[in-house]
Design a protein around this ligand. Structure first.
Ligand SMILES: O=C(O)c1ccccc1NCC(=O)[C@H](O)[C@H](O)COP(=O)(O)O
Length: 257
């Protein structure tokens, strides 16, 4: 499936080359500090809540999906940053959701997509993202390094996702400051927070560490806090909750349970 996603991205980039108007981007206009939002005091974990309509594995997760309303609920209930999925084909996201969400909330916004070309980074900046996901697994070292450096030039924080030690070693040879350990295996799509618990020791203390995917409960957060995680990225367990505000609050204030 990952190969099909990347092939579609290549087609999208061809279109982007014709359509993207880079002059629409004014650097620094409303640049929010993604990295700082992930560092809470006394080891308390921050929550990056994800605006996620569907998953390629599980299909539509959220039938009454309103990205702006969700983002507003997330911010009001303690999320310190918001992730917006912009991939359309597999996740039913839209690029426009990102700009709409950015106008609605004050917290920093992460763009989640499959970035393989620097043109997509210009687009990310134009859309108003404060940070962007780069997946170590799908990028050769030289491409990853170039994208990370380009992010810094554009004022967009690079957030590099890893799933094994080879991914970690690759991104540690770049100036990245925030790494996400994906608990979802992108080969077979199994999910376990053990991935974070096993890999975190290979990431230096100077790097901000995020655990991504499959996080459901306060119990998960307590385990991740003990392991030294700074933030979690949560999509599905929030959007499928019967009471979304209460679910965000439960995760954002897990220490007060
Ligand atoms: O969500 C999926 O099923 C998925 C499948 C294939 C590639 C990526 C996938 N997810 C992307 C994400 O980054 C997640 O939405 C994010 O980590 C949140 O995960 P979760 O809390 O498990 O929804």
């Amino acid at each position: 499936m990952l190969d099909s996603i990347i092939n579609i991205k290549r087609e999208e980039i061809k279109l982007l080359k014709k359509e993207l108007k880079i002059e629409k981007y004014f650097p620094g206009l409303d640049n929010r500090k993604f990295l700082d939002s992930l560092k809470r005091e006394n080891g308390v974990i921050s929550v990056i809540a994800e605006v996620k309509k569907a998953s390629p594995v599980k299909g539509v997760l959220c039938n009454q999906f309103d990205p702006v309303e969700l983002a507003d609920i997330y911010e009001k209930n303690g999320a310190t940053a918001i992730s917006v999925i912009t991939d359309n084909k597999y996740f039913l996201g839209e690029k426009e959701y990102l700009s709409l969400v950015k106008k609605t909330v004050d917290v920093p916004i992460l763009r989640k997509d499959f970035i393989i070309d620097e043109l997509q980074l210009y687009e990310t900046a134009v859309l108003g993202a404060d940070a962007v996901l780069l997946i170590s697994r799908i990028l050769d070292y030289n491409v990853l390094l170039n994208l990370v450096e380009k992010c810094f030039k554009l004022g967009v924080e690079p957030f590099v996702e890893v799933h094994d030690r080879a991914d970690i070693n690759k991104c540690l040879d770049t100036p990245v400051k925030v790494i996400g350990i994906n608990n979802r295996n992108l080969k077979d799509f199994t999910v376990s927070i053990d991935s974070t618990l096993e890999l975190i020791e290979y990431i230096p203390n100077s790097i901000v560490k995020v655990s991504e995917s499959g996080i459901k409960s306060q119990r998960d957060l307590v385990l991740l806090e003990k392991a030294g995680v700074n933030a979690v990225l949560v999509g599905e367990s929030i959007v499928v909750a019967d009471n979304i505000p209460a679910k965000v609050k439960e995760l954002a204030y897990y220490r007060e349970a």
